[in-house]
Design a binder for this molecule. Structure first.
Ligand code: HEM
Ligand SMILES: CC(C)=CCC/C(C)=C/CC/C(C)=C/COP(=O)(O)OP(=O)(O)O
Length: 313
């Protein structure tokens, strides 16, 4: 069995941890914020904002954008909470996640379950009341797909990544419909870009934490696949497919030449880091691929929106 330098050898027990009765309210708020996976949620909201600014009819509706961001943030928080409620046993077995609020005993499973249900339902109702029904329905579908399909599937099959990438790719579509856009080809293009982007992103992560995933019994490709480079080939394949798809918005009139150059440059860097990871699987190449993934998304959304709104030209 391979060992990862990113992991230590001691892990929290899966047994219930005593919850301190008296804790300062600011600590409890910090725990609830941690449950919402704030860094991923921030990227989700950037993607929503990009979809919104691209999907609008020209007139900038600042209140609709604010309502959409708030409602979707609530739904995303709810889905993260239900994910951590369901995975409290596997989270306790993984070094990356064993200090999360439930496995470390800072919040009870019941509190997180309640938060997941209340936040998800309130978010969907908020979107229905203050944005529109299509966005509310799509957000509800995202919430259900992430919690009821992707999360349980992580224990069953490596197909989980291709399934989880569907709710993962819906945020720009939610922004697009929130601005009044319909489910047309442009919305599908944004969905496709984010869908393909997730595979190299997650192959790097799954490889770095493969021992964690194996120990928890979660079926991620590098945790179940002993043949070298399979993870790398998946990363390269999707980074390669992303290149032409990411250039489509330039061809379809959603953006122009500046976007074309930015998408090409960042796409080539993403592909190059995937190839390097595939040739030599190491903590260094995996981290570089992860870094390239995190640089790619804001750069591409910014260029697309900036050019669409004539801020760059
Ligand atoms: C199949 C889909 C995805 C999976 C399985 C996945 C999984 C993960 C995991 C496990 C991490 C934590 C890495 C760590 O702790 O070092 C992570 C980090 C991150 N992901 Fe993803 N992700 C997916 C899709 C997305 C999407 C759609 C977005 C945004 C739109 C996103 C944005 C991020 C960001 C910004 C980070 C870094 C946050 C941090 O430092 O903790 N991911 N992802
Ligand atoms: C509107 C709405 C509901 C938006 C949310 C979209 C969303 C949840 C995007 C993230 C996609 C994803 C599969 C993340 C990894 O979760 P993981 O369970 O594999 O990560 P973990 O191991 O850190 O818990």
């Amino acid at each position: 069995m391979r060992s990862s330098t990113a992991q230590a050898s001691t892990y929290a027990s899966t047994e219930t941890v005593a919850i301190p009765l008296r804790r300062h309210w600011t600590d409890r708020i910090a725990d609830y914020v941690e449950i919402s996976k704030p860094r991923i949620s921030f990227f989700v909201l950037i993607s929503v904002a990009a979809g919104f600014l691209l999907g609008g009819s020209g007139e900038f509706q600042v209140w609709t954008l604010a309502n959409a961001l708030l409602g979707i943030a609530l739904v995303a928080t709810g889905s993260s909470a239900l994910n951590q409620y369901y995975e409290r046993d596997t989270d306790a077995r993984m070094e990356r996640t064993n200090s999360r609020p439930i496995p470390s005993g800072r919040l009870s499973a019941g509190e997180v379950l309640t938060m997941g249900l209340v936040s998800g339902i309130v978010g969907c109702v908020y979107l229905a009341l203050f944005v529109n029904l299509l966005t509310a329905a799509l957000a509800a579908a995202t919430y259900l797909a992430y919690t009821l399909i992707y999360t349980p599937l992580k224990r069953i099959s490596t197909v989980n990544t291709a399934v989880g990438a569907v709710p993962g790719a819906l945020p720009p579509v939610l922004g697009w419909t929130a601005a009044g856009g319909s489910l047309d080809f442009n919305a599908f293009m944004m969905f496709s870009i984010l869908y393909l982007w997730q595979f190299p992103h997650f192959m790097a992560i799954a490889w770095l934490y493969r021992d964690d995933y194996r120990r928890a019994g979660l079926k991620m490709i590098p945790a179940v696949e002993d043949r070298k480079q399979v993870t790398g080939f998946v990363a390269v394949g999707y980074a390669l497919a992303l290149l032409p798809v990411s250039l489509l918005p330039g061809q379809m009139g959603l953006a122009g030449d500046i976007y074309f150059v930015v998408a090409l440059v960042f796409g080539v860097i993403y592909l190059w880091t995937a190839v390097r990871f595939c040739k030599t699987e190491s903590v260094h190449t995996a981290r570089q691929l992860l870094l390239a993934s995190l640089a790619y998304l804001p750069a591409v959304w910014l260029a697309m929106v900036g050019e669409h709104l004539h801020l760059l030209n």
